[in-house]
Ligand binder design. Structure first.
Ligand code: UDX
Ligand code: UDX
Length: 431
């Protein structure tokens, strides 16, 4: 199959290179000329474990190509995936500007039958709009608009593509379904469930899935708050409830507020969709509120650990991205915590395996350290913000240069008992 991916961000680049790896010819298009230049020079613009190897392998074989020429890429393809971003608009809804712009461009280049696929996360009914836009120029028989949402976690995106729990395809067109079953056959053979429904159904599944996962996380985070007050270990609670198959053990890790490019954006967007259709998603509204409150709650906890004297204190952040194994800062708790503590007079040092973050470069007294030791040397409080593997066995006593060491471990990477034995003032989440 000849496939065109419009948008080579986290989703488009991962999906495009993985489709090429399954034997398809894939043309990845992006309006960012620099990005395309980099990719053609074998430079990978994002940090995603395993991605470079797949891109290089398929680029060399000629199955994966990068171009800014949308027109010729669409013309020569059978299937066109829309993978452009759908950021949050001012009112909290999904901004569909890029999706519609891409659609208009696609509609100018439909020279033979094409399947147009929305992989971007779009509110229910967007497929109908996309179809209407294309119909302005093109005969109905020459195209089919379908939904095939992505469920790729950053940092685990390659594995999630190759071994998905399920593949959701939204269309009523039997021929298109057959084609999609064929494309995904290698994954179905390995155990993925292929589930088809109508287009709107698939669109809503994506939002409902993300909202449910966000709910699970917020739920355990609130239980963690209760655990802290009652001398219970939240990890025991997570295991104890997760063993019930009706609940399931995954996505029950308590931590900072959930972040990323999807959960914060998608939970908000689905509540706006609900408003539009005059219904109330009160549970999801509460989850959003709970998650926002969590950032304040954690900041207050930091103040308490520092005995309410934040001014002039040196605070170290280990990891600033929203999760490990990604360079993505979108929706990270650190984005609000670092400026807030900085404003209160704290001097912040941070270390992140993916390097310095531009977003903090204008803040006075916020600096990036080259390594863990520099970051932790003579600091008043170490905050383990992100769960990178390299933070899991640090000899804090050796590197801190201080007698009294304080650590706030937001990811519960260490054992309270071990830390106590070492004489470290150790605070964690929900235990
Ligand atoms: C994706 C999805 O599209 C989004 O809906 C989902 O919720 C999260 O994942 P992501 O891949 O993370 O977004 O976005 P991003 O990394 O911002 O990449 C989007 C790419 O599309 C960029 O490289 C951008 O340059 C490109 N783009 C955008 C185009 O090529 N054309 C456009 O008109 C707009
Ligand atoms: C998410 C979806 O999981 C994925 O299917 C796709 O729709 C894109 O959005 P992503 O945001 O990349 O993926 O990462 P994910 O692993 O889901 O983590 C999101 C946030 O939840 C992170 O801040 C993470 O730290 C947090 N999280 C996750 C927890 O706090 N606890 C958990 O148990 C799991």
């Amino acid at each position: 199959m000849k496939i065109c991916m419009i948008g080579t961000g986290y989703v488009g680049l991962v999906s495009g290179s993985c489709f090429a790896d399954l034997g398809n010819t894939v043309l990845c298009v992006d309006k960012d000329v620099n990005k395309i230049k980099k990719l053609n020079n074998n430079e990978i613009p994002i940090y995603e474990p395993g991605l470079e190897e797949i891109v290089l392998k398929n680029f060399k074989s000629g199955r994966l190509k990068f171009t800014s020429n949308l027109s010729s890429a669409v013309k020569s393809s059978d299937i066109v995936f829309i993978c452009v971003g759908t950021p949050t608009a001012k009112n909290g809804s999904a901004n569909l500007k890029y999706v519609y712009e891409a659609t208009k461009e696609i509609s100018k280049n439909i020279n033979k039958f094409k399947i147009i696929v929305n992989k971007s996360t779009v509110p229910v009914n967007t497929g109908d709009e996309v179809e209407k836009i294309i119909l302005r120029r093109v005969n109905r028989k020459k195209f089919e608009v379908i939904s095939n949402p992505e469920f790729l976690r950053e940092g685990d995106a390659i594995r999630d593509f190759r071994f998905p729990d399920r593949i959701v395809v939204g269309t009523n067109n039997k021929l298109v379904l057959k084609i999609f079953k064929r494309i995904y056959e290698p994954l179905i053979k390995k155990g993925a469930t292929f589930f088809s429904t109508n287009r709107r159904g698939a669109e809503l599944i994506k939002y409902a899935a993300n909202a449910f996962l966000a709910t699970k996380i917020s739920f355990i985070n609130e239980i963690a708050n209760l655990c802290e007050k009652t001398g219970v270990n939240v990890e025991d609670v997570a295991v104890g409830i997760g063993l019930d198959k009706r609940i399931g053990s995954r996505f029950l890790r308590a931590g900072p507020a959930y972040g990323g490019s999807c959960f914060p954006k998608d939970t908000r967007a689905i509540t706006i969709t609900a408003k539009k259709y005059k219904t109330n998603l009160s549970i999801i509204n509460s989850v959003i509120k709970s998650n926002n409150n969590r950032i304040n709650l954690l900041r207050k906890r930091v103040e308490k650990i520092l005995l309410n004297k934040v001014k002039n204190k040196r605070i170290t952040f280990l990891g600033v991205t929203f999760k490990a194994n990604t360079d993505d800062m979108r929706g990270s708790t650190s984005l609000s915590m670092i400026p807030a503590l900085n404003k209160m007079g704290a001097k912040i040092r941070y270390y992140d395996p993916t390097g310095e973050k531009k977003i903090f470069s204008n803040l006075k007294n916020v600096e990036c350290s080259k390594n863990i030791s520099f970051a932790c040397y003579k600091t008043d409080l170490i905050i383990i913000h992100t769960e990178w593997d390299e933070f899991k066995s640090i000899d804090f006593k050796k590197i801190s240069g201080k007698k009294s060491i304080k650590i706030f471990d937001m990811r519960n990477l260490y054992s309270t008992k071990d830390m106590k034995k070492k004489g470290i003032f150790y605070f964690s989440i929900g235990r």
